[in-house]
Ligand binder design. Structure first.
Ligand code: HEC
Length: 185
């Protein structure tokens, strides 16, 4: 090696050495998982019997107004699907030639609907809805297929009592923790 290349080698080695051993100068992103799990916003689980549902109430006509503004853009007017999947309709289609899994045709528990909407929808603004708004949206979706009547008030007591049409289309594989497995009729 010439003197110049020895010097160059030394400079490069030193700079690699110093950059790999330098203290990181970034700010850590996010929050420690323990903090998140203690935050009420993330303590959201609602069981199939309704435990964990917040106090609140809503009926279908209120939900229809919220749906038109906050949901129809993706799920289509009347929730029959657009860029996002259909939520309503197709009840009874699962055993047909063209099965369609909607909330109303497929989901076994109404309490899951509250849980899902509250934590995930609108997909561009999760956690933005109040408990009353979520109850009203559930009422609108369930009423559209006659699962509940138009004036039926959903609240933390009545929502878990709603029987979904496909409630018995599942078998429990772990009855103790309510895990469900779809079975074909
Ligand atoms: C910007 C588009 C968008 C908006 C607005 C939106 N959604 Fe969704 N929604 C989606 C997408 C995409 C999915 C599918 C997500 C997935 O499968 O992970 C979805 C899934 C769902 C599901 C689950 C459907 C299923 O069968 O699995 C429900 C229920 C739902 N949305 C309700 C709502 C409600 C109620 C609103 C209004 C408050 C709403 N969504 C607004 C895009 C949207």
């Amino acid at each position: 090696m010439s003197m110049v290349s020895k010097l160059l080698f030394l400079i490069i080695s030193l700079s690699v050495y110093s950059s790999s051993y330098a203290e990181p100068d970034y700010q850590p992103l996010g929050n420690p998982a323990a903090e998140l799990s203690e935050s009420p916003q993330w303590n959201l689980s609602i069981s199939t019997d309704g435990q964990g549902l917040p106090v609140g109430q809503g009926i279908a006509s209120q939900g229809a107004k919220i749906f038109a503004i906050q949901c129809a853009g993706c799920h289509g007017p009347a929730g029959i699907g657009a860029s996002a999947e259909p939520l309503m309709g197709e009840v009874g289609s699962l055993a047909s030639e063209y099965p369609e899994k909607t909330v109303n045709s497929y989901w076994p528990y109404a309490s899951s609907l509250f849980d899902y909407i509250r934590r995930a929808m609108p997909i561009n603004a999760p956690f933005s809805l109040t408990a009353d708004e979520v109850y009203a949206l559930c009422a609108y979706i369930l009423n559209s297929d006659g699962i509940i009547s138009a004036d039926f008030e959903l609240n933390e007591q009545t929502l878990p009592q709603v029987t979904m049409p496909n409630r018995d289309g599942f078998i429990a594989i772990y009855p103790d923790n309510h895990s469900l497995l779809r079975t074909h009729k």
